[in-house]
Design a binder for this molecule. Structure first.
Ligand SMILES: Cc1cc2nc3c(=O)[nH]c(=O)nc-3n(C[C@H](O)[C@H](O)[C@H](O)COP(=O)(O)OP(=O)(O)OC[C@H]3O[C@@H](n4cnc5c(N)ncnc54)[C@H](O)[C@@H]3O)c2cc1C
Length: 339
């Protein structure tokens, strides 16, 4: 049975920075993430430009994810991807976290589960995974000179259409909601961009070729039943997300929550369960900032507290990186790549 000093559940910005900082504090660390990739919620908006991370010039979210992951893995934590933790219990002083296939043992736990596990809402006609169905704009260049259909809900479907119209050959937005409103401003840009809009329309059939790609869609007006066939190269679906919070719901530990799905905690990550800490978007406290920088601050404060929980004689904080002997051997290498 391998016991870790700290097991971090959730590999978003909060969990990854906690992994970095726990390494800095010389703890044995494991990070567990339900998705097959790290990055947390930022994976939902990879094409957006982020301006408000301290010291970081405006950068594409997907680039920031890469940087956060690289930093999180600095001290080679043990990693489990594709692993959803379903329950946590405490026996004597040891935490036991279970997934479907594994049991993890740890002296402390940091819950960094953000807004839960996100999964995109699917259209029933697209139940199978098909090569040309996408749920986020990972790389706009994928749509270059392509015929694109966006099946959407809410203003962001129209924003996607306007953003991609410049590079795609043709963009069509299919919206089933009867009440979907388009502001005059957005309407004007959609018209300028030559975006076709099918309101009050559902996609009722998809024709798929031998390479598992959709090639045509049958769209039906929900009021008139009038049908229209559209030929496509790529399909983007923007119908919102389901969020899975079952871990908190199934957990027998007396974790105090607020507003149903947030952990009632402190800026130093402590919760109502000694040894179990929470950071990032899942926690509420009166200094909480629901943003990436806020997740980093939560993580550093909490890891320092975790260190002292395990070793009460440990110093309160880590030495800053410029003076920290842990980086001594790596600094020359880094200087060479930067200069
Ligand atoms: C559209 C949008 C735009 C945003 N723009 C900005 C911005 O410009 N600037 C900014 O600072 N912030 C922005 N934010 C907020 C920022 O993304 C969040 O504050 C940040 O991602 C929170 O990080 P986190 O690690 O706490 O949670 P998350 O990013 O939600 O990560 C939590 C991780 O935990 C995993 N997880 C959950 N449950 C389990 C489980 N049971 N087992 C294993 N893993 C689990 C999830 O899969 C997820 O990967 C934006 C958010 C959204 C939605």
């Amino acid at each position: 049975m391998e016991v870790f000093d700290v097991t971090i559940i959730g590999g978003g910005p909060a969990g990854l920075y906690a992994a970095f900082y726990s390494g800095l504090r010389e703890m044995k660390v494991k990070v567990i993430e339900a998705q097959p990739y790290f990055g947390g919620k930022i994976q939902l908006y990879p094409d957006k430009v982020i301006w408000d991370v301290g010291g970081q010039p405006p950068t594409l979210a997907c680039k920031l994810i890469d940087q956060i992951i690289r930093q999180g893995l600095t001290f080679n934590p043990s990693i489990c991807l594709n692993e959803k933790i379903t329950s946590i219990e405490k026996q004597d002083d040891l935490f036991i976290a279970r997934s479907e296939n594994q049991i993890h043992y740890s002296k402390t736990i940091i819950l960094a589960i953000g807004g839960g596990i996100f999964s995109p809402q699917r259209l029933t006609v697209f139940e199978n995974h098909l090569e040309n169905i996408h749920y986020t704009i990972k790389s706009p260049s994928l749509y270059k000179n392509k015929r694109l259909v966006i099946s959407g809900k809410g203003a962001s479907a129209f924003d996607w259409a306007n953003a991609l119209a410049e590079i795609a050959e043709k963009v069509t937005v299919v919206v089933s909601d009867e009440k979907e409103k388009i502001t005059p401003d957005v309407q004007k840009r959609l018209a300028e961009n030559n975006v076709q809009i099918l309101l009050q329309t559902s996609i009722v059939q998809a024709e798929v070729d031998d390479e598992e790609r959709i090639i045509s869609l049958m769209c039906e007006n929900i009021n008139t039943n009038e049908r229209k066939q559209i030929f496509v190269d790529e399909v983007l679906i923007n119908l919102g997300y389901d969020r899975d919070f079952t871990l908190l719901r199934n957990c027998d530990l007396p974790i105090q929550t607020v507003e149903n799905s947030y952990i009632d905690g402190q800026p130093n990550g402590t919760t109502s369960v000694p040894g179990l800490f929470a950071i990032g978007d899942i926690i509420k406290h009166n200094a909480k900032l629901n943003m990436i920088s806020g997740a980093f601050i939560d993580a550093a404060n909490t890891v320092n507290k975790v260190k002292q929980y395990i070793d009460p004689k440990a110093s309160k904080t880590a030495m800053v990186s410029t003076h920290n002997k842990m980086f001594k051997n790596r600094n020359d290498e880094i200087r060479k790549t930067i200069r």
